[in-house]
Design a binder for this molecule. Structure first.
Ligand code: CA
Length: 232
């Protein structure tokens, strides 16, 4: 695993230096910006694992940066720690309200800084791996593991071709929704470079057989195509 990348946006050079020194010593990759606008561009360009953000900054202030990061789908979940002097406590409250994960009051000790950074990164990685676990679709006895490209039915791994797997995935991702043969073909062939049999019925027949013909998981929609049974 590569080192976590942390972007530090802080205009006071000595504080920026202390943070950078301590983070690097702890094994993190660090990039810095002294202006808010530069910081925002840097974050958007580098997509770091964590941002340490001062509030009072030239260009754009930290609270606005925080708000903009939360508003963008790409950086919506990016961990943010805001830095603030004690007399700016109300800014901390606003910052947390805008979605910052934590704050560090200035002045701070390196130990305090590292403890907060580690805690926020740990929470963030835990959330990410939880999200990855959801790369799995469960429909009754059927589990489709998207990462592993594997479908398991009643505890047995199905020996599906790549086309059959995609077909089952498309259908099972939208239970109850009818797909035309053409829609299914487009989704299955989509980015594939391999030549597949363009007759969807052939693939469906094969998937049904592998699922066990009696399961009824894939229903025929007369005159349209197919749908995955809505079991709710
Ligand atoms: Ca400042």
């Amino acid at each position: 695993m590569s080192k976590p990348l942390i972007v530090v946006v802080e205009d006071e050079t000595d504080i920026q230096d202390i943070i950078t020194y301590n983070l690097k010593r702890e094994g993190y990759d660090v990039l810095t910006a002294s202006r808010g606008d530069q910081g925002l561009s840097l974050i958007q360009a580098k997509n770091p694992d964590l941002v340490i953000l001062d509030i009072m900054l030239p260009g754009i202030d930290g609270l606005t940066i925080c708000q903009q990061l939360r508003a963008s789908p790409k950086t919506k979940a990016l961990p943010i720690i805001i830095l603030s002097a004690k007399e700016e406590e109300s800014d901390i409250v606003i910052g947390l309200g805008l979605g910052a994960d934590d704050y560090i009051p200035k002045p701070f000790s390196p130990r305090e800084l590292l403890a907060r950074v580690k805690a926020v990164l740990r929470r963030s990685f835990a959330q990410k791996s939880q999200a990855q676990d959801q790369d799995q679709i469960r429909r009754g006895d059927l589990i489709i593991d998207i990462d592993r490209h594997q479908a398991i039915h009643q505890g047995t791994a199905l020996k599906l071709t790549a086309t059959e797997f995609k077909l089952l995935l498309v259908l099972a991702s939208h239970p109850g929704r009818a797909f035309s043969r053409e829609q299914l073909l487009n989704r299955v062939v989509g980015d594939a470079v391999v030549v597949v049999d363009r007759n969807i019925d052939v693939h469906i027949r094969s998937v049904r057989k592998k699922l066990g013909a009696q399961t009824g998981l894939i229903e025929t929609v007369r005159g349209v195509g197919y749908r995955f049974a809505d079991q709710r």
